[in-house]
Every structure is written in structure tokens, then in C-alpha cells.
Design a protein around this ligand. Structure first.
Ligand SMILES: [Zn+2]
Length: 460
């Protein structure tokens, strides 16, 4: 029997090979650091976005933040970058949630997609270049399934269409499973093989939205949408495919099988971000106590959340806790204080310019080495401690943290509310104090108690 490495060598050797370019990214398929192509690339990136049926969890923000940071950084490096990040608006979870609420699944998906855009906009990092919806990609999805059927890599069974796993030689290479050990997916007696997965699902009475296809009305399986959307906007081959580590199997294994099986080159580098962990376990819906992205931004502010994400290497898990967020908040505070006390950006002398160049190269080296934001953060603290504010401003700006030094002018009516709150607390009228806090928060500000009374901080 061949080892996985031998069997998968064909699929694993499709990277860029030796390159003089220095930006290196850890690639799941080869389990190694892979260099990006020479500048200006292009670097075309596809990241899997969320399935939309409720406000997104803070954990779903990690791939969004990573992809937007990487896009900024690669553009700074001189790359021609295109980032596509889909929104899954057709899915079992959406049908289930809509049924429970007694509304149309398409209405729920449209509402939740708008929430997703609204909530990620709070991060102040801009938008991906394209954010396609499944419901807008049906012709391409059906076309790709027809290609697979024509190649006999897919077959119809009971109104569904399934991918024939045993006929795709490289199946299992991304997630490093031997073909015989691949876990069963989507149990259905009509399938030829328990490992086969659905490309198209025939309409069920419980599902209110459906689309026409050569196999009857129905809707796409989950995985085919990303193969179709990546190809529609990036072409048949592209540089980076990203998403959470929980997507390696089955989602990305299946995407790879579909696209390579249909004769496309598909992604060269697979970039999987680590999950957020709540007390050591993956934060999942079943754990309860879910923090939505919106709640976290409202509680701690966008800067603190962005800095928190910087503290971990993108592909490692990261603990999410109140302590971790408080620690991030105090780091933000240290940068804010340094920039505010450091005065306005000064006109740099030629000598300072060359020193800045050398300093900047230190940051470049950290980010070129697998986009190490934790190392970048340590460099920022070095610049803070030595008063190199021009460098610090430039570095923080890469991560969306360039507004830190701006003193927020407190609106007088909010200051009055905050003073009334101090008075209410002094009179032990805590209901009134809570009401005033809520009023301040609804205006987009937070209020903190301090030794001298209160401090008002803008939340976004
Ligand atoms: Zn996907």
C-alpha cells in the first residue's frame, strides 16, 4: 500500500515551486510554508464566508479579519489582489431556522446576509472585492454539476446528484485520509457508496425555496457552491483558498474533488485559520453562551477585537475569554496613550527616514514569514516603548488600528448623561444609573468609572 504522501504527490505538487518572492504562507495541502508567486502576482483569494440565518458569532469574524488584513498587506507589498468571500444563503440550517420562525427561508437569508455585512462593517476593514450569494450563482452551479455528470464523476439517484468519490483518485489528500477510511457523508440508501456526497438535492416538501435543474427542482449541496463561485470570479485556477480549520473535511476536500475532477486546476495554497476556543473547547453553538460579533464590538470596541486577533498566529487556535479581551483592551490603551502623548506626526529628517526604513523592514520580515501578526504586535510594542511613533502609526494602520490617537470629542449631551449617572450611583439609584448607561451605549459610546468620575469612550 502506498503511503498518503506517495499517493497524494500529484495533488500536493501544484504549488509555485522555488521563487524569489519572500512572502510565505503555511499551506494545509503540503503541510509546509509555500512562497507566493513573484510580485505583482496576481494573488487571487477565495475565502469561505458564513451560512447566514442569525447574527454571526465572533468566531466567524476570524476568517473575515484574516482575509481583509492579508489583502491589505499584499497590496502594500505590491501585489495585484482579488478577494472573493461568499455568503451561503441556501442551506439546511437556513431552512430549519426559517421554519422554526414561520418565515420564508429566502427572507431569513436576505435579512441575515444584511446583518453579516452590517456586523463585519463594524470592524472598519472595508469589504472583499466580491461577496457572491449562492442564489445568484445557480446557472454556474448547475453547469459545473453537468460537467461532472458528463465525466461520469457524478450520478443521479432519486432526484439527487452525487459525486462518485471512488473515481476521484486524489480524494482524501487535503485532509490526509486514506480512501478506504473516509468518513461517511450524508447517509442515503440511494447512494452507490456511503462516501459519496451530494452535488444537488431534490426538492423536499419541508423546503420552501427551490430552483430548476436538469434533474428536477431542488437546490445545490453545500460544497459545489464554492467550486462554482471561485471559478466564476477568479477563474479555473487561483492562488489561495481560505476558511476555518473546521472546513478542511468534508467541505474543502469535496470542493477540491469537484473542481479537479472537472478538469480545473483550482486552488494552489490552502490557508486554514484556527478556531476560537471557549475554555479550551471549540466554541460551538451547542455550548451556549454565544457571543455575537456585534455584542463583542459593542462591549469592547472594534480596536480591542482587532488587537485580540493579532495576538495569535492565524492558523493556531485562540482562546476567547473576558480575560483575553481585557488584556487586548489594555494593549490598545497603551498604544492610544503613546500616540496621544507623542504629539502630531513630525516631519521626518533624512536620517530618521532611513532609520524608519530599517525598522519597517523588521515588520516586513515578520509578516512575510507566514503573516505572523503576533510578532508584528511585539514589534509595535518595541516602537511604542522607544517612541517611534511614525512607524507605529504606519504599522497599526495596516491592521485597521490607525484611529487610535484621535481624541473623540464627547458630545455635551452625553457628558451630561454621564454626570447624571455618577449622581444616580452616589444616591444608590442603580436602576436609574443602568438606564443612563444604556442611553449612552445606544448613542455608540461606552462609559467607564474612573477615580476622578467617569470616562466616555467611543465604541466604533
Ligand atoms: Zn466554501
Amino acid at each position: 500500500m502506498h503511503s498518503i504522501a506517495t499517493r497524494c504527490s500529484a495533488v500536493l505538487s501544484r504549488g509555485f515551486g522555488p521563487s524569489i518572492a519572500l512572502v510565505k504562507i503555511y499551506d494545509t495541502s503540503t503541510r509546509s510554508l509555500v512562497a507566493l508567486p513573484e510580485r505583482p502576482g496576481p494573488v487571487r483569494m477565495y475565502f469561505c464566508g458564513p451560512t447566514v440565518y442569525q447574527r454571526i458569532h465572533v468566531g466567524n469574524a476570524r476568517p473575515f479579519v484574516l482575509s481583509m488584513w492579508l489583502r491589505r498587506w499584499l497590496i502594500e507589498c505590491g501585489y495585484d489582489v482579488t478577494l472573493v468571500e461568499n455568503i451561503t444563503d441556501v442551506n439546511d440550517k437556513i431552512y430549519d431556522a426559517a421554519r422554526a420562525e414561520g418565515i420564508a427561508s429566502t427572507d431569513l437569508a436576505a435579512q441575515a446576509a444584511a446583518w453579516y455585512v452590517e456586523d463585519t462593517a463594524l470592524l472598519g476593514l472595508g469589504r472583499p472585492d466580491v461577496e457572491p450569494l449562492v442564489t445568484e450563482t445557480m446557472p454556474e452551479i448547475v453547469g459545473l454539476i453537468e460537467d461532472l455528470v458528463a465525466r461520469e464523476l457524478a450520478y443521479e439517484a432519486d432526484g439527487d446528484v452525487y459525486f462518485r468519490v471512488r473515481d476521484f483518485e486524489d480524494y482524501g489528500c487535503l485532509s490526509r485520509q486514506r480512501p478506504d477510511d473516509v468518513q461517511e457523508q450524508e447517509p442515503n440508501a440511494a447512494k452507490e457508496d456511503p462516501r459519496d456526497f451530494a452535488l444537488w438535492k431534490g426538492q423536499k416538501p419541508s423546503e420552501d425555496a427551490h430552483w430548476p435543474s436538469p434533474w428536477g427542482d431542488g437546490r445545490p449541496g453545500w460544497h459545489i457552491e464554492c467550486s462554482a463561485m471561485a471559478e466564476k470570479f477568479l477563474g479555473t485556477d487561483f492562488e489561495i483558498h481560505g476558511g476555518g480549520l473546521d472546513l478542511v473535511f468534508p467541505h474543502h476536500e469535496n470542493e477540491l474533488a469537484q473542481s479537479r475532477g472537472a478538469g480545473r486546476e483550482f486552488a494552489k495554497i490552502w490557508m486554514h485559520n484556527g478556531m476560537l476556543q471557549l475554555t479550551g473547547e471549540k466554541m460551538s453553538k451547542s455550548l451556549g453562551n454565544i457571543a455575537t460579533l456585534r455584542e463583542v464590538v459593542e462591549e469592547w470596541g472594534r480596536e480591542t477585537l482587532l488587537l485580540y486577533f493579532m495576538t495569535g498566529l492565524w492558523r493556531n487556535p485562540i482562546d476567547f475569554s473576558i480575560d483575553a479581551m481585557d488584556a487586548a483592551a489594555s494593549q490598545v490603551e497603551s498604544f492610544r496613550n503613546a500616540l496621544r502623548s507623542g504629539g502630531a506626526p513630525s516631519e521626518a529628517s533624512p536620517a530618521a527616514d532611513s532609520a524608519n526604513d530599517a525598522g519597517w523592514q523588521e515588520l516586513v520580515a515578520a509578516l512575510e514569514d507566514d503573516f505572523n501578526t503576533a510578532a508584528a504586535l511585539a514589534i509595535f510594542h518595541g516602537w511604542r516603548a522607544t517612541g517611534q511613533h511614525a512607524l507605529l502609526r504606519r504599522g497599526l494602520a495596516l491592521f485597521g488600528l490607525d484611529g487610535l490617537e484621535v481624541e473623540d470629542a464627547v458630545p455635551p449631551d452625553l457628558a451630561a448623561l454621564a454626570r447624571a449617572r455618577v449622581a444616580a450611583r452616589a444616591a444608590k439609584d442603580f436602576d436609574e444609573a443602568d438606564r443612563l448607561r444604556e442611553q449612552i451605549e445606544q448613542a455608540g459610546w461606552g462609559v467607564r468609572d474612573t477615580v476622578s468620575g467617569f470616562e466616555l469612550v467611543r465604541r466604533r
